[in-house]
Design a protein around this ligand. Structure first.
Ligand SMILES: *[C@@H]1O[C@H](CO)[C@@H](O)[C@H](O)[C@H]1NC(C)=O
Ligand SMILES: *[C@@H]1O[C@H](CO)[C@@H](O)[C@H](O)[C@H]1NC(C)=O
Ligand SMILES: *[C@@H]1O[C@H](CO)[C@@H](O)[C@H](O)[C@H]1NC(C)=O
Length: 395
């Protein structure tokens, strides 16, 4: 009897060895099943405050519950916008505090994606895809923290409401959530905090390898050639395939975020999924006159614009929406749905985006070395048990 008990114990310990060994590795591996099921179950129906507010509220609560489950400090930033409706609106915020939290040297990193839709669409690509990738990044990074990784810098995940109505959600977020939050937690240092900045994901999963599936705004080829010679040549060399993630940012101010993202993308496998850079030739957006604003209008079409207007570094990641493949017809239309968008290629493209962002944010957060001493110590004692199990069967 006692022998049986010992054997059972040893077998269990043997299992724990393998479990703890596998926990000692930090890898970037987007959970493709998680991306797929999140989009399918929570972001495949309309999320407009008039058309389907019930479903919109359910998506918001899902994001909140996921943030909580991952261990983020989670809250709603609720606000009213009576010009539009009397229903309450809300951004969802999840914070992963770094050891620099509350100090002037906290180089905060943000990741944001809006969850609302326009009236006529189901919003799978716009922007169920962006929210799913953001959640997957939060899942990957918090999993590392649970293994003992500590980070110097604070990370803020945020899902915006009312992007589709003039970028209202991110505007009030900066004004009524971020600035007061900085004042409250960083005191006198609040005005001197220099964040790394925020990565905005909007409409990120259309991947299309057909020639000329990537369009440029009307008459913009010459301008593109001049402004972004490297990306233009790269697009031209493969006959304008829509096979890349577009990264839009302001030259100089957003360079460090952009460089980190480019490096992280290059470090990931699956080279068929590319990234192209679109560095804009200005820093101070508020000084642009209307003519210039209009000519660059397509580069301002998401929540990053409010961070630019507030002089906060921000990069915008997108598949370019209505300029690519099926989205030419489906952008803001009913066919931005599961049947059109949830292909294997698209979901794997989204997986690479999630991995590259997780890698980039991990590095920018300045992680301490993962604390593996614990798992090695546990393993040694268990390895002996495992050897005993082996010895028992062999002898
Ligand atoms: C709202 O979305 C849900 C799916 O989440 C769906 O079951 C329901 O029929 C939709 N309601 C309307 C009015 O479209
Ligand atoms: C807008 O600004 C650009 C660059 O500073 C300048 O060349 C252009 O003439 C201005 N346009 C108007 C209408 O003021
Ligand atoms: C790629 O885009 C073209 C339009 O440029 C579209 O007809 C085709 O269905 C798309 N293919 C895939 C696999 O999405």
């Amino acid at each position: 009897m006692w022998l049986n008990n010992i054997i059972t114990m040893c077998i269990w310990q043997g299992f724990i060895v393998f479990a703890s060994l596998s926990l000692c590795h930090v890898i970037y591996a987007a959970d493709i099943d998680y991306l797929r099921s999140t989009i399918t179950k929570h972001f495949s129906e309309n999320r407009h405050h008039v058309i389907n507010n019930t479903n919109k509220v359910a998506s918001k609560e899902f994001i909140y519950n996921e943030f909580k489950r991952f261990g983020l400090e989670t809250s709603y930033h609720t606000f009213s916008y009576t010009k539009l409706s009397t229903v309450p609106f809300a951004n969802v915020v999840g914070i992963l505090k770094g050891t620099n939290f509350g100090k002037v040297n906290d180089k905060i990193i943000g990741l944001g994606a809006h969850y609302d839709t326009v009236a006529q669409t189901k919003g799978v690509d716009d922007n169920g895809a962006g929210v799913a990738a953001m959640l997957d990044v939060a899942k990957q990074l918090t999993a590392q923290n649970k293994q003992g990784v500590k980070r110097k810098n604070t990370i803020i995940f945020v899902s915006f409401d009312l992007e589709e109505q003039g970028y209202i959600g991110s505007e009030v977020f900066i004004l009524h959530w971020l600035n007061p939050w900085l004042d409250k937690n960083y005191g006198k240092a609040a005005r001197s905090v220099q964040p790394h900045g925020i990565i905005i994901l909007d409409t990120v999963m259309e991947y299309n390898t057909s020639s000329n599936s990537q369009k440029l705004p009307d008459g913009a080829a010459a301008t593109f050639h001049q402004l972004f010679p490297k990306s233009f040549e790269s697009m031209k060399s493969d006959n304008f395939q829509g096979d890349f993630l577009a990264m839009i940012y302001r030259r100089t101010v957003d360079d460090s975020l952009a460089t980190s993202m480019t490096k992280s993308w290059a470090a990931e496998k699956r080279p068929q999924f590319e990234i192209e850079s679109f560095p804009l030739p200005f820093v101070d957006v508020s000084s642009l006159n209307q003519t210039l604003m209009d000519s660059f209008g397509n580069f301002f079409r998401s929540d990053h614009r409010n961070f630019w207007l507030d002089n906060i570094p921000a990069i915008f990641l997108t598949d370019s929406g209505n300029f690519r493949g099926d989205m030419v017809n489906c952008y803001h239309h009913p066919c931005d749905d599961l049947a059109t968008m949830l292909t294997d290629d698209n979901i794997n493209f989204l997986g690479k985006t999630s991995d590259a962002i997780a890698r980039s944010i991990n590095e920018l957060s300045e992680p301490t070395k993962p604390d593996t001493s614990g798992c090695i110590r546990v393993s040694v004692s268990h390895v002996i048990s495992a050897l005993m199990v082996l010895a028992f069967f062999v002898l």
